[in-house]
Design a protein around this ligand. Structure first.
Ligand SMILES: [Zn+2]
Length: 124
């Protein structure tokens, strides 16, 4: 399961960051998830639940913010895809320009990043 290893890596990074802040407790983690990452939100949530059972993130809320994918084509088209249905079933996604039918390239929507962490940090 790809989502699980992505989440595992991410949580490792978050914990490292929290150590720097000397955080006592985490309330919320906000994750941005691009349309073209092909990661399942449900699987990410499952991974989060399992991987936060025994650490500082226990009991925190995971908020996933979906980011629309964007493509760019030689014909000048720039924007979203009409459908990503075909992509989800292919290991090598083919991006078809909705305007001319040509092959477009991805310019956005590949992110899977921690946008924000809301933690309780002790007063200094
Ligand atoms: Zn085009």
């Amino acid at each position: 399961m790809h989502e699980f290893s992505v989440m595992s890596q991410m949580i490792g990074d978050i914990i490292e960051e929290l150590k720097k802040w000397n955080a006592a407790k985490v309330e919320e983690v906000v994750l941005e998830l691009g349309e073209f990452t092909m990661l399942s939100e449900e699987q990410l949530r499952f991974g989060y639940d399992v991987l936060t059972r025994d650490n500082i993130l226990k009991g925190s809320k995971l908020t996933i913010v979906p980011i629309k994918g964007a493509i760019e084509c030689a014909c000048g088209y720039k924007g979203g895809m009409s459908s990503t249905e075909g992509m989800l079933h292919d290991s090598v996604p083919i991006l078809e320009c909705p305007k001319c039918g040509g092959v477009a390239k991805i310019i956005g929507g590949r992110e899977c990043i921690v946008k924000n962490i809301r933690a309780v940090v002790p007063d200094v």
